[in-house]
Design a protein around this ligand. Structure first.
Ligand SMILES: Cc1cc2nc3c(=O)[nH]c(=O)nc-3n(C[C@H](O)[C@H](O)[C@H](O)COP(=O)(O)O)c2cc1C
Length: 249
């Protein structure tokens, strides 16, 4: 099984909670025997879709842009059995880098109009990879992902290609030692989810419950900790990354 993991976070290393979660997901998928390639979209040139519909008319299935999407990513994406869309939650949805990638997958459908269960759709020109969504958010409530999940299911549910949705709220604490035990369980559940997707094509409810488990009992505790950090950052004129580096070093 070939899996293409697309990470749209602009951050790297332990600062990126998308990357942290994705690393564990990929580990589980590899352990289950899948061949996984991880691509950091921040390093790629992906022009915005221009809406010219050249990919539907003059050169069916091929975009007019000459960039990393046309020359490298789109062919890889078409070959993949599963594509992982790993994105930080920005303004309660995927970030712009991930959206730019998704808009550029337009050549995979044909322009023709069809109807299914009262909804208009475009038929697929080629096989669309199955999709696994991973997102992380700063806020602690699971419902911050409601809009993203509704979008995912509206757009891709109709094609029956969604094999997983993993949404981790309160992700900014995943690199802190205070919550080690719970965080380790979340990471091991994320690896387990990777195995389940490869072996069973879905994530079990038990694994999902571990991924989304609450990390703090009382939100006030989290507010207090977060607000102290922001106050210190403002006072010292440091970004959170610089602040953490100062604390550690
Ligand atoms: C521009 C921007 C918008 C954000 N919007 C939200 C949001 O709507 N809800 C939320 O819970 N967190 C939001 N966050 C917090 C991020 O989701 C959080 O920092 C996450 O860890 C980012 O992923 P990364 O660590 O992989 O970069 C936002 C962060 C930024 C920079």
């Amino acid at each position: 099984m070939k899996i293409l993991a697309l990470n749209s976070s602009p951050r790297t290393g332990i600062q990126s909670k998308t990357e942290l979660m994705l690393d564990h997901l990929v580990t589980g998928m590899k352990e289950a025997g899948a061949e996984v390639e991880v691509v950091n979209l921040r390093k790629k040139k992906i022009n915005s879709c221009m809406g010219c519909f050249t990919c539907w008319t003059k050169t069916p299935g091929k975009c007019i842009h000459e960039d990393d999407m046309t020359n490298e990513l789109y062919p890889k994406w078409l070959e993949a059995d599963i594509a992982i869309y790993a994105t930080p939650l920005y303004h309660y949805t995927m970030n712009a880098t991930m959206k730019a990638f998704i808009e550029r997958t337009l050549p995979v459908v044909e322009p023709f109009l069809r109807e299914r269960e009262g909804n208009t759709y475009h038929p697929l020109r080629q096989k669309h990879p199955k999709l696994c969504f991973l997102s992380v958010a700063g806020f602690p409530e699971p419902q911050v992902f409601n809009q993203l999940s509704a979008w995912v299911n509206f757009v891709y549910g109709q094609y029956g290609i969604v094999v997983g949705e993993m949404y981790r709220p309160l992700a900014e604490v995943l690199d802190l030692p205070f919550f080690r035990e719970k965080v380790d369980d979340i990471f091991s559940a994320t690896e387990q989810a990777g195995k389940e997707i490869v072996q069973a094509g879905k994530i079990s409810p038990e694994t999902m419950a571990r991924i989304t488990q609450p990390i703090v009992d009382d939100k006030k505790e989290f507010y207090e900790m977060g607000n102290k950090m922001w106050e210190a950052c403002i006072e010292k004129g440091l970004t959170p990354k610089e602040f953490m580096e100062q604390l550690e070093g």
